[in-house]
Write a protein that binds this ligand. Structure first.
Ligand code: C2E
Ligand code: CA
Ligand code: CA
Ligand code: CA
Length: 278
């Protein structure tokens, strides 16, 4: 369930006029948030399930508003996509994440992958994508340890240009993950159309793995398919030991979720890396 409480005032959908007012307010809110540096990143560790080896981190955008408190990206990203502010936010995310990556490398954690979310909005926008790419090029990091997570959407009109853009990322060594796999309608279509390396199983899939083992036929077959087609698979939202064991049994190598670790602040992340090293 979504968070109740303070944010309700901002996000509750009433009539259209009220909605437009709220959207206008949100534009200012987000703008202010950027200027006042209310946005920051947390990182959720990703592990090899069989031996709990730390393999990567997903950068997740956070917004701590001075009055409203914590606002989830699940709430503000769709709005930022509508207002066009997503472009600026994603440039901010990329910069911050790459700075972290450089820090990890400097400290000797050269094998840790960094996963960054990229919205279809940015991916399909000419100017904004090239600005995003320029930032990517301006950091000297090991690109082979960078993963870009994209999600399925219906609104990719220019398929060829997206293929070219993703292929150019891959030429640098970057890997492409198809995020939230299983929630869209075009999953298989995406896998064949775009140069995808990694399938990221959505949490709703993982939720279906219960103690009783019901409702797992679908996920079993998805994992088998991914294995046979030689995609790498990572599961998100692992919360129970049963889910983890099930995933291991069906060749899902990697995973993230509260069972393993919640998203961490930069500070906590550094402590984790230090402990990994000893
Ligand atoms: P996502 O990419 O599917 O990210 C995974 C979400 O699941 C994150 O929520 C994470 O905190 C949460 N999560 C991880 N493990 C567990 C678990 O075991 N149990 C539960 N209940 N939740 C878990 P978060 O951070 O609220 O992000 C929500 C969505 O916002 C993300 O979903 C992603 O689509 C979007 N998002 C976050 N950061 C960015 C960003 O920098 N750019 C873009 N475009 N989207 C972002
Ligand atoms: Ca993601
Ligand atoms: Ca995901
Ligand atoms: Ca998801």
């Amino acid at each position: 369930a979504k968070r109740e409480g303070k944010n309700r005032v901002l996000f509750y959908k009433d009539d259209l006029r009220e909605e437009n007012t709220k959207l206008a307010n949100m534009i200012n809110y987000i703008q202010e948030g950027i200027e006042q540096e209310q946005f920051y990143l947390e990182y959720q560790p990703q592990y090899r399930l069989s031996n709990k080896e730390l393999t990567g981190m997903e950068a997740l955008l956070r917004w701590q508003h001075p009055k409203e408190g914590y606002i989830s990206p699940a709430e503000f990203i769709p709005i930022a996509e509508r207002t066009g502010q997503i472009y600026r936010l994603e440039r901010l995310v990329l910069k911050k994440a790459l700075e972290q990556k450089m820090l990890w490398e400097k400290q000797g954690f050269t094998d840790i992958e960094l996963a960054i979310n990229l919205s279809t909005k940015t991916l399909t926008s000419n100017i904004n994508f090239s600005e995003w790419e320029q930032i990517l090029d301006s950091y000297s990091v090991d690109y082979s340890k960078i993963v870009i997570e994209i999600t399925e959407t219906a609104d990719i009109l220019n398929v060829d240009s997206v293929i070219t853009r993703l292929s150019n990322l891959k030429k640098k060594g970057i890997k492409i993950a198809l995020d939230d796999f299983g929630t869209g309608y075009a999953s298989l279509n995406y896998l064949t159309k775009f140069p995808i390396d990694i399938i990221k199983l959505d949490k709703s899939f993982i939720n279906a793995i219960t103690k009783e083992g019901v409702d797992t036929l679908l996920i079993k077959n998805v994992l088998r398919l991914a294995y046979e087609l030689k995609f790498n698979v990572i599961a998100e939202g692992i919360e129970t030991k049963e889910q983890m064991q099930y995933l291991i049994n069906y060749h899902c190598d990697l995973g993230q979720g509260y069972l393993l670790s919640k998203p961490l602040s930069e500070y906590k992340l550094l402590r984790l890396l230090e402990n990994e090293n000893t």
